[in-house]
Design a protein around this ligand. Structure first.
Ligand code: SF4
Length: 278
């Protein structure tokens, strides 16, 4: 039984899960306008949940949503015996500038120690990923400080790294992702707010597409989805259409796969890359 209903964690043969070693965040781009986690944190604070008692900036964040690290959460995946597909930080952004490097190293150490799980990390701050993972080491053995710290080569085979590209002005986030060592590189075009003519999918293994749902959601056009699917097919990128958002909101069926046009019912997973560098 899955611990979460997030569609892209439901990989065959694994249990879908979430892991939040940090909570809280700050809005950084237009895809954050209706941040689900921000509203959820406000409710969790009101319910007295211990992890959600730090208030963030009233403009960029909110009640219970200040960026907070949780060292006591680090060991949670070590207790999971059956393989899980883990969405890391459904309630935060792991590469937020205020997550200390040492804490990031501890998160990666846990992932390295639990190869039975696959970890999916999605950020709107992809420029910090190569800064953290490619920082050179002078030991003469390891290429990067992170691989030295972990005592093993990067990329970790069970860690998928992704970035959100919700509108064309953020297409450049894919470049930072390409600069990052990862077993799987993925882009989440959700909530898709417009066409993405500038998006380059070279070297990108997986493309998730989704509209916006919930109060105040902005519409997504089917034509934008079709263009992205075509682009992914040309690049050899696996496609996962998560939901159709407000396009189908009138019927309330944006998340109901069974009523979608047949050519949009695509839920593929990527094949992991095998090249590993020390
Ligand atoms: S980056 Fe993600 S978690 Fe942070 S405010 Fe934006 S949508 Fe919310």
């Amino acid at each position: 039984m899955a611990d979460t209903s997030i569609e892209w964690t439901q990989r065959p043969g694994t249990i879908g899960a979430v892991w939040n070693p940090t909570t809280g965040c700050d809005k950084i781009s237009d895809g954050c306008d209706n941040c689900y986690a921000l509203g959820m944190a406000r409710r969790l604070k009101a319910m007295g949940q211990a992890k959600y008692q730090n208030d963030g900036h009233p403009v960029t964040s909110g009640p219970g949503f200040a960026l907070t690290v949780h060292p006591d959460e680090l060991g949670t995946p070590l207790t999971w015996r059956k393989p899980r597909t883990v969405f890391v930080n459904s309630m935060s952004d792991l590469f937020h500038a205020r997550v200390p490097r040492e804490f990031l190293a501890q998160v990666f150490a846990v992932m390295a120690e639990t190869p039975q799980h696959v970890y999916q990390i999605l950020t709107k701050r992809p420029e910090r990923m190569p800064q953290i993972l490619n920082d050179p080491c002078t030991c003469g053995v390891h290429h990067s400080l992170m691989s030295h710290r972990l005592g093993r080569a990067l990329p970790l085979r069970n860690v998928w790294l992704g970035t959100s590209v919700e509108s064309d002005k953020h297409a450049g986030r894919a470049d930072a992702l390409r600069d990052t060592p990862a077993a799987v590189r993925f882009i989440s075009a959700e909530p898709l707010l417009g066409p993405l003519p500038s998006l380059d999918l070279a070297g990108i293994d997986w493309l998730i597409i989704g509209g916006e749902s919930g109060p105040g959601s902005r519409p997504m056009q089917i034509g934008w989805v079709e263009e992205l699917i075509g682009k992914a097919r040309d690049a050899g990128t696996a496609v996962f259409v998560k939901q159709l958002g407000k396009v189908w909101a009138g019927s309330g069926k944006g998340g109901d796969w069974s009523v979608w046009p047949e050519h949009l019912r695509i839920r593929e997973y990527p094949a992991e890359r095998v090249a590993v560098a020390a």
